[in-house]
Design a binder for this molecule. Structure first.
Ligand SMILES: [Zn+2]
Length: 109
């Protein structure tokens, strides 16, 4: 459980001063290392339903609940932007599903 907490808790890695500085950068959003790695420099992706090129969700601009819903332990994209972001960030890969299931069992999800 401690390993999971460290993986998803940026404050475990950053001091309060470092977090405070990061929060003042307007176009920066905290993300787990996996999302950050999958996103890379991508600003768009291909919608799996339509094949259209779609902008990715930006937590600084868009509201999570408008684009995603958690169905049990799977993140479902409600819009083209949500579907595309789920796909590009590989939000439902097997390990992530496994981690969410573990969090749910520990009532952390
Ligand atoms: Zn993430």
């Amino acid at each position: 459980m401690a390993e999971l907490w460290l993986e998803f808790n940026p404050s475990a890695y950053l001091t309060d001063t470092q977090l405070s500085r990061l929060k003042r950068i307007p176009n920066l959003a905290l993300a787990c290392d996996r999302c950050n790695a999958y996103k890379g420099s991508n600003l768009t992706g291909i919608d799996p339903d339509t094949g259209a090129l779609i902008p990715l969700f930006s937590p600084r601009v868009h509201a999570w609940d408008d684009h995603f819903v958690l169905s049990d332990v799977t993140i479902v994209g409600l819009t083209a932007m949500g579907r595309t972001t789920v796909r590009v960030l590989n939000m439902n890969d097997a390990r992530r599903i496994q981690l969410r299931a573990m969090l749910k069992r520990h009532e952390q999800l």
